[in-house]
Design a protein around this ligand. Structure first.
Ligand code: FES
Length: 574
């Protein structure tokens, strides 16, 4: 293997040469208190830190960044911290999804425009993982991903609580009159008890597990709880390893192959991952020029059993998963379904990284012979209501609804739904199909997690807890129910979803992968002719860029100009 020389480091162009511009760079390094011995001839490692005072899941990052730096120094590198857009899932509106691509652009340009040789990417809260990876893949400098780690289990009234999943569950009980105001508010004290991302198999745990399976983390990194001392040691190990990766010139495109992507989909199915993973993986793969059609997810789903018994599809939480052996042990259970020779950031193959991992609790990580569900957690539906596809997570919904034909109750947008859902005069019962329009990538915009439409209180009070719901939105990975999501094309651009009217019959058939609006083609053509496109919400700024250039759900909702294409030139230094 060719090992880079100091003169071949990218940063050498800024700091190693002897001209007027490099005089400026060195003198300003001295301004910060660094002597030439600190950085000369050493890889400069950009630590991209998505910490902020509003990111609830990354509150331990100020400590972790110091631990990463320790590792970089130990290995003979020069660490520099680069703060990046934090994307807090909890506080960012209208949807943090709107900002994933902005983070990806920021990461790519941070790395491109500055004297950086390699990067440690610090993320975990939902959109940060795909945003960081997408940007790093496009820039294609050596990069290693440091996942934030899940928070500890929630604890309330003697019960373990899971992020998101138990909020939806107990809110439904409150709306049905089964939980007092006092009990409801006392849950606030127990559901989020430590630093770290959501500890169900929501989007965060799914995406960090996918990052590890793709090969972008050190082995075992995705499962370590955020506040476990092992997490600190792993952060330092990331710092040491990235320095070696720079000398080895091990780049994201060496790791992100079609085999690695198929491994990630396989892992997603085995862990019962979030439906959001589909959009993010399509976008991540697209950055390396790998096309990922939706049927690929369904095809892999058919042959991979769901073996991680974690909410919302199962029973336990990420802390239990870690104690049971974590992702490595889970992947080892299905090793014959993986491309074991896929390369990872530690320079070893995925097969080598998982081969010694043991399952320590076979109820949390099941065997293939005793899975939680026989097949994986994702089905892709097609039909006249979703010519480009829609997605459902059958493992997290009432099996009786897998085949269901019902009368549509249509809401033209989120505000309409909020205003009318609990109107006593709304003609709705549990056999109906709730339809939400204009919640997609352009329509909302930003495709918020509105896809788990709440059930009307009058239905909840009958004891019903699931109904068929259809939208062009996403749903949180911690959510559950018979929710058909990501309908493409979306209503806002004139997809069939825009033409559904109250009383139309809709047919959902999960076993046969069908989603149809039972309305004649002639009638649909008439409705299309009379349709008026909703007004655009943003005339300026990032919102305007977003609504002009974002792609549809089945294409990953990336910006069209950020897909793999002509390489962007390295900056001139003068
Ligand atoms: Fe950050 Fe759920 S709020 S991962």
């Amino acid at each position: 293997m060719h090992k880079k020389t100091p003169q071949e480091l990218r940063s050498y162009r800024w700091l190693g040469v002897n001209d007027m511009r490099s005089f400026g760079h060195r003198s300003r390094a001295k301004q910060m208190g660094y002597a030439e011995e600190d950085y000369a001839g050493k890889p400069i490692i950009g630590i991209i830190n998505t910490w902020s005072d509003l990111n609830t899941c990354h509150s331990h990052f100020p400590e972790r960044v110091e631990e990463v730096k320790r590792g970089v120094w130990q290995a003979g590198g020069f660490p520099v911290e680069l703060p990046a857009l934090s994307i807090t899932e909890i506080f960012m509106k209208p949807s943090p999804m709107m900002y994933r691509n902005l983070l990806a652009m920021e990461v790519e340009e941070h790395l491109r425009s500055q004297p950086i040789d390699g990067a440690v990417l610090m993320g975990g809260c939902d959109k940060t993982t795909p945003g960081l990876l997408m940007g790093a893949i496009s820039m294609n400098l050596p990069a290693i991903y440091l996942p934030a780690g899940p928070m500890l289990r929630g604890n309330w009234n003697g019960k373990y609580l899971g992020s998101g999943s138990d909020v939806w569950k107990y809110w439904a009980e409150k709306c049905a009159g089964n939980l007092s105001d006092e009990e409801w508010s006392s849950m606030e004290d127990g559901i989020a008890r430590s630093a770290g991302h959501c500890m169900t198999m929501g989007t965060a745990s799914t995406m960090t597990s996918i990052a590890e399976t793709l090969g972008f983390t050190l082995p075992g990194a995705a499962s370590i709880p955020a506040v476990d001392a092992n997490h600190s040691r792993m952060a330092t190990a990331c710092g040491r390893r990235i320095v070696e990766m720079v000398w080895e010139d091990l780049k994201p495109t060496d790791i992100l192959t079609i085999e690695a992507v198929e491994n990630a989909i396989t892992a997603d199915m085995a862990i019962g991952g979030s439906t959001n993973a589909i959009i993010h993986l399509v976008a991540i793969a697209g950055r390396a020029g790998i096309k990922l059609p939706l049927p690929k997810f369904d095809e892999i789903s058919q042959r991979v059993p769901l073996i991680a018994n974690i909410r919302p599809s199962g029973q336990y939480l990420m802390e239990d998963f870690y104690y049971a052996g974590g992702l490595r042990a889970c992947l080892n259970q299905i090793r014959s379904l993986l491309h074991l020779d896929a390369l990872t950031v530690n320079g070893k193959t995925l097969g080598e990284n998982i081969e010694s991992a043991k399952v320590l609790n076979d109820d949390v990580i099941r065997s293939r012979e005793n899975p939680v569900v026989e097949i994986g957690g994702t089905a892709v539906l097609y039909g006249n209501l979703a010519p480009n596809g829609a997605v459902i997570k059958p493992t997290a919904c009432d099996k009786n609804l897998w085949q269901h034909t019902g009368r549509a109750v249509v809401f033209k947008d989120y505000n309409d739904m909020s205003a009318r859902l609990n109107d006593e005069n709304l003609d709705v019962d549990e056999t109906c199909v709730l339809v939400l329009q204009n919640a997609g990538p352009l329509g909302a915009p930003g495709m918020p997690e509105w896809g788990m439409l709440p059930l009307p209180n009058k239905v909840l009070k009958k004891g019903v807890r699931d109904m068929v719901r259809i939208s062009d939105a996403r749903m949180s990975g911690t959510s559950y129910g018979a929710c058909v999501l990501h309908v493409s094309p979306e209503a806002y651009v004139g997809g069939t979803l825009a033409f559904v009217q109250d009383g139309d019959l809709i047919e959902l058939d999960v076993p046969h992968r069908k989603l149809n609006l039972l309305v004649s083609d002639d009638e649909l053509a008439q409705r299309r002719a009379a349709w008026v496109k909703p007004e655009r919400k943003y005339g300026r700024g990032y919102g305007a860029l977003f609504t002009e250039r974002v792609t549809q759900a089945h294409e990953g909702c990336d910006f069209d100009f950020l897909h793999a294409g002509e390489p962007t030139p390295e900056p001139e230094i003068h």
